[in-house]
Design a protein around this ligand. Structure first.
Ligand code: BMA
Length: 376
């Protein structure tokens, strides 16, 4: 009897321990990159899985920070100046935070970025963040790829591992500091180590092995978890190097990814139309299938045609391709105030502005006022 009681007790303890360890995964998905995320973050993920049936959310990088010929004007946004509403999604970049710098790589104070993130959350919008992190080995920027072995040097056992952790810590502290006045932590779609299917960043394809890339992703994920960062949805954002094997070659695994993204640009305006549309079409068709299989929302995490010289680009080129697929959001890159012609959203009077109004009026697109509550 005693031994039976002992065994029953042991079984009970094991059962309790197993329940305690259970990952707080979403009920509706087999796999989800989650552990102890905030309720708002979990709600955002489940709402993102449904939003494509209502429309495609429009996003713009650095939208409220600056635009063509202006910077830091209160409540201003080039998108809002054209259509009267803010983008549903706003993208920001935290490059240079790792250096303890007060300003980002695009020269914006991190306190201003934080405030605009809070403002966007308060309007019910979505925030996504990329990180053009500097090169730990050389001290150069993300594009400094001359010296090989950067990733090797920052992984465990690498000579710069500890230094790299102090850099990651700066990012973790920033994510943990995204809190509203009433203490709610703001969910973010985080896009670490993006466009890695190309080789222009030190974490890119020719600059580290497949295994090293995956290790880098996991290291980031686990380290952030240790630091109590519980407000991120991890977004995988390869560049448009092709569907299938290339897209998935360095995929860290369903447990570490929440959204399947794609960065793809329309280059060379008229001549580039066909390549852009065909590639977008092919990869979105692939992502639709993968997204369904893995129960993950899909998104065009960066796109655009620099200086938008094609007047009907929005409704005749972009939208007809996107609307064939369950795309959650499409984000166009920044409207730089310091680089002439480096802009991807229209401003009043810009050649494609009227067409952008049509794009805005389409029942298929969503701007911030069109959004249901995504955080409940
Ligand atoms: C690039 C350009 C750069 C910028 C970087 C990070 O695509 O816009 O000017 O510094 O993104 O935002």
């Amino acid at each position: 009897m005693k031994i039976l009681n002992y065994l029953a007790g042991l079984a009970f303890i094991i059962l309790i321990a197993a329940c305690g360890n259970k990952k707080n995964t979403n009920q509706d998905s087999g796999f989800s990159a989650s552990s102890n995320r905030t309720p708002e973050t979990e709600s955002l993920l489940s709402n993102l899985k449904k939003i494509a049936s209502k429309g495609i959310m429009f996003g713009h990088q650095d939208d409220p920070l600056y635009g063509v010929t202006w910077e830091g004007d209160s409540d201003r946004s080039d998108v809002k100046s054209v259509v009267g509403d803010y983008p549903a999604v706003m993208g920001f970049d935290i490059g240079r935070i790792e250096l303890g710098s007060k300003k980002s790589l695009d020269n914006v104070d991190f306190n201003i970025i934080r405030q605009e993130i809070i403002n966007q959350f308060n309007r019910g919008g979505i925030i996504t963040i990329s990180w053009h992190m500097y090169n730990t080995l050389t001290g150069g920027d993300s594009w400094d790829i001359e010296t090989k072995g950067v990733v090797t040097s920052i992984l465990p056992n690498g000579e710069n591992h500890n230094k790299f952790l102090t850099w990651l810590k700066q990012g973790a502290d920033f994510f943990n500091s995204l809190v509203t006045e009433d203490g709610t932590k703001i969910p973010v779609l985080f896009r670490p180590w993006h466009e890695h299917t190309g080789s222009w960043f030190w974490w890119g394809k020719d600059n580290c092995t497949i295994e090293e890339y995956k290790e880098l992703w996991l290291l980031t994920y686990n380290y952030f978890e240790e630091q109590g960062v519980d407000n991120l949805l991890y977004t995988y954002s390869p560049d448009s190097h092709g569907p299938g094997e290339i897209y998935l070659e360095r995929y860290p695994g369903d447990e570490y990814v929440d959204l399947l993204g794609l960065d793809i640009y329309h280059r060379g305006d008229e001549e580039g139309i066909e390549i852009y549309q065909n590639t977008l079409d092919t990869i979105l068709s692939f992502l639709t299938e993968e997204g369904e299989k893995r129960n993950k929302p899909i998104a065009v995490t960066e796109t655009g045609l620099e200086a938008i010289p094609i007047a009907n680009w929005w409704t005749e080129l972009l939208l007809p391709t996107l609307e064939k697929y369950p795309v959650t959001y499409v984000l166009v890159w920044r409207n730089a105030r310091e680089r002439p012609n480096h802009y991807y959203a229209p401003y009043p009077g810009q050649k494609s502005a009227d067409d952008f109004v049509k794009f805005f009026n389409s029942p298929k697109t969503l701007f911030v006022k069109d959004l249901p509550n995504l955080y409940k």
